[in-house]
Ligand binder design. Structure first.
Ligand code: HDE
Length: 713
């Protein structure tokens, strides 16, 4: 079948234009279009009141205000969205008939929303948490939503446990604490009783849970889906998003400080990068598994607590997504956008993953209360760019004026319109999977190896990543008050790795439980045979998988990286400008941080614009620090405790630091160890070129600095 081709530039943006309003230079009106003469004073009986009920302008304004909040998302409440496009590299007709995965001439508009899971709408971006990664494709065949996360697996295997999981991680119901944090008793109580979550908590305790940027995260569809080709043949598929900037994270100590300095850190980062034209890009990857291979693996493809190692099934990169336009209005677009894993197009279909099956119910249901009724698909951001015709009618806030007498089918009055589409006309037809089964509440034995992939994940981590995992478990379990829960978690960790359990136990001041540990599964039906639900540890065919570590992620650009230049009056302007220019030419954002706002005067009397002061920013908001020379400038910085703290903290967080000429003195006065001044030791560059500095910044972090000892900062 010939797929419809959309010329480039036919975008969601154009679709949104009729709904976009801009009052610049216009006269103020009421919602009824009446021009307003006085928006400063309500209508009163005399100048000292009382206010009159008659004041319809006041009433309209206040009433609207009273109702301008909607319920936040029950999970993923905190998020940031943006527009972009998806471009296919090569037709995928062997696997799928989906139009947007077959025609390389199509530039499919997308809207993407990134989010944390547990926190409220106003919570910090840098919580230790899973990140949501939702992509809405406005295809010619309707909306396709890929509603994924930045981790490839999930906590639970069956949708019926989702409310329990979320209740456990959300702030505790008696006092509503802690906000946006899993480090509390109810979360770990639940996790320690549900061994199926072990693999996911390994990911959650890893640095993946504290990304440097939304732009530097992987995305995963999590469940196994199906691709269906023109012949009706099905292949299993796992979806991936691979960021071209690599996968990078911050330090936990840094994450906590960012939360105070700029709780909007990720939102701002995304917004500013797009405004600056540094458009974030991801490649869409697919792992394709023929139907015949369904039972070839040592795990079940339907089990969402398992991933398909890339060593077993390579990821094919089939297209690129570029995010290139910030929304005009946060509420109208980012807040009202409604994703649903059940929004699919011909060529894509579901599997029987019991977590996915439950999700298929939840997402429309939740929009009914969140967006207020069944017409949320008419909200401009949710509206497909392909036409919508059906006999669904009326309801709260209905926008469409459906013309004609008939709203039923079959009908003879209107020629039976709208007509059902044949498959050859693009009509959706579900994959005809053969099912021959009893109606039972059960879990397949093939789902019970809860530990092999958790061990695989741990074994695939670098030493540094393992250290961070240990620290994260010590932090999280250290915040748990009930000792029984900590001990139970140690029992679970023994199943992952004895060394890991021992190190976590040391930090908690506990002994690793002695004897063979067999964590008990408490998620068991009342009448079930406990033994049937016992977790097992199978043998993974792989010892480690490189793709699970962030160590070898691409480190080849400083594009959009933020660099602080510490300077004040008397700075060597020639040097500063040359360095700044070189860094900016490589795509970085170099900002002057000074002792005062406004402008600083360089050593030649030229004025340089200050971007931040030590009061308005902090080292945790930058990727690297540079201290240029200039006697007077450095002398002033030496008397500024915040300047010394700035470089020490950047060192503590393993960032690249460059200092030239007198600037070196600032480092000498700090606790940064500078043994060999001529060597660029671990990313500390003294009197080196901007080019050397660029190479160091590309490395993202010099984590090995953490090994000998952390400096106080
Ligand atoms: Fe969600 N999830 N979820 N989820 N989820 C929602 O839908 C739900 C799950 C994910 O940016 C809600 O519109 C159930 C897995 C993202 O707007 C809700 C289950 C994955 C987002 C919901 C899951 C996700 C949501 C809340 C278990 C990764 C944010 C607001 C059966 C593949 C979407 C909303 C956005 C949001 C239900 C599990 C990802 C309540 C019942 C697994 C990225 O419908």
């Amino acid at each position: 079948m010939k797929k419809p081709t959309v010329p480039k530039g036919s975008s969601k943006k154009e679709d949104l234009i009729p709904d976009t309003s801009d009052g610049t230079g216009k006269l103020l009106t009421t919602n009824q279009g009446l021009k307003i003469n006085d928006d400063q004073n309500s209508l009163k009986a005399g100048e000292r009141g009382a206010t009159l009920l008659e004041d319809f302008i006041l009433r309209e304004k206040i009433t609207h205000f009273d109702h301008e909040r909607i319920p936040e998302r029950i999970v993923h409440a905190r998020g940031s969205g943006t527009h972009g496009v998806f471009q296919l590299y090569k037709p995928q007709s062997a696997y799928t008939k989906a139009g947007f995965l077959n025609d390389t001439n199509i530039e499919t508009p997308v809207f993407v929303r990134f989010s944390t899971v547990a926190g409220s709408r106003g919570s910090t971006d840098l919580a230790r948490d899973v990140r949501g990664f939702s992509v809405k494709f406005y295809t010619q065949e309707g909306i396709y939503d890929l509603v994924g996360n930045n981790m490839p697996i999930f906590f639970i295997q069956d949708a019926i446990k989702f409310p329990d999981l979320v209740h456990a991680v959300k702030p505790e119901p008696n006092h509503e604490m802690p906000q946006a944090a899993s480090a509390h008793d109810t979360f770990w109580d639940f996790i320690s009783l549900m061994p199926e979550s072990t693999h996911m908590v390994m990911w959650l305790m890893s640095d993946r849970a504290i990304p440097r940027s939304y732009r530097m995260m992987e995305g995963f569809g999590v469940h196994t889906f199906r691709l269906i080709n023109e012949e009706g043949k099905s292949h299993f598929v796992k979806f991936h998003w691979k960021p071209l900037l690599g996968v990078h994270s911050v330090a936990w100590n840094e994450a906590q400080k960012i939360s105070g300095n700029d709780p909007d850190f990720h939102r701002r980062d995304l917004w500013e990068a797009i405004e600056a034209g540094a458009f974030p890009e991801w490649e869409l990857g697919i792992q394709v598994i023929p139907e015949e291979d369904e039972h070839k693996f040592d795990f079940d493809l339907l089990d969402p607590t398992k991933l398909v190692p890339e060593e077993l099934v390579p990821v094919q990169r089939i297209g690129k997504m570029t995010l290139n336009r910030n929304p005009d209005n946060f509420f109208a677009e980012t807040e009202q956008v409604a994703f649903h894993p059940g929004h699919i197009v011909p060529g894509i279909d579901f599997t029987n993953d019991p977590l996915l099956q439950g999700r298929l119910f939840s997402y429309t249901d939740t929009q009914l209360s969140r967006l207020g009724g069944p017409n949320f698909h008419e909200i401009p951001i949710n509206r497909p760019i392909s036409p919508v015709y059906n006999n669904q009618r009326d309801g709260h806030m209905r926008q469409t004026i459906d013309a004609g007498r008939t709203s039923y089918q079959p009908n003879s009055i209107n020629g039976n319109s709208p007509l059902q589409a044949k498959v050859s006309e693009g009509g959706f037809s579900s994959y005809q999977e053969r099912i021959d089964a009893k109606k039972i509440r059960e879990r397949s034995r093939s789902f019970f190896d809860h530990f092999s992939q958790a061990s695989l994940f741990y074994n695939s981590q670098s030493e540094i990543e393992k250290n961070h995992l240990v620290d994260a478990f010590r932090f999280e379990l250290g915040k748990v008050e009930i000792e029984e829960i900590r001990k139970r978690m140690l029992g679970i960790l023994t199943q992952v790795d004895a060394g890991l359990a021992k190190r976590v136990a040391e930090g908690l001041g506990l002994e690793v439980p002695s004897g063979p540990q067999k964590p008990v599964n408490h998620g068991v039906p009342a009448d079930a045979d406990q033994q049937k639900y016992e977790p097992v540890k199978g043998k993974s065919t792989l010892k480690s998988s490189a793709a699970l570590s962030m160590k070898d992620t691409p480190k080849d650009t400083i594009k959009s990286r933020k660099i602080a230049i510490l300077a004040t009056d008397g700075v060597n302007g020639t040097e500063l400008n040359a360095y700044k220019k070189a860094l900016e030419a490589a795509g970085a954002m170099a900002k002057i941080v000074a002792t005062h706002n406004g402008h600083i005067k360089d050593d030649a009397g030229k004025m340089l614009k200050v971007d931040f002061t030590f009061l308005t920013t902090a080292s945790v908001l930058f990727d690297a620090v540079y201290v240029p020379g200039g006697k007077k400038s450095v002398a002033a910085l030496l008397t500024e405790a915040d300047a010394i703290h700035f470089v020490e903290e950047a060192f503590r967080h393993c960032k690249a630091i460059a200092a030239n000429a007198d600037g070196v003195q600032l480092l000498e006065h700090s606790k940064i160890p500078l043994k060999d001044k001529n060597a660029a030791q671990n990313g500390v560059l003294l009197n080196k070129t901007a080019r050397d500095f660029e190479e160091a910044i590309k490395q993202h972090r010099f984590w090995e600095r953490e090994k000998p000892a952390k400096i106080p900062a």
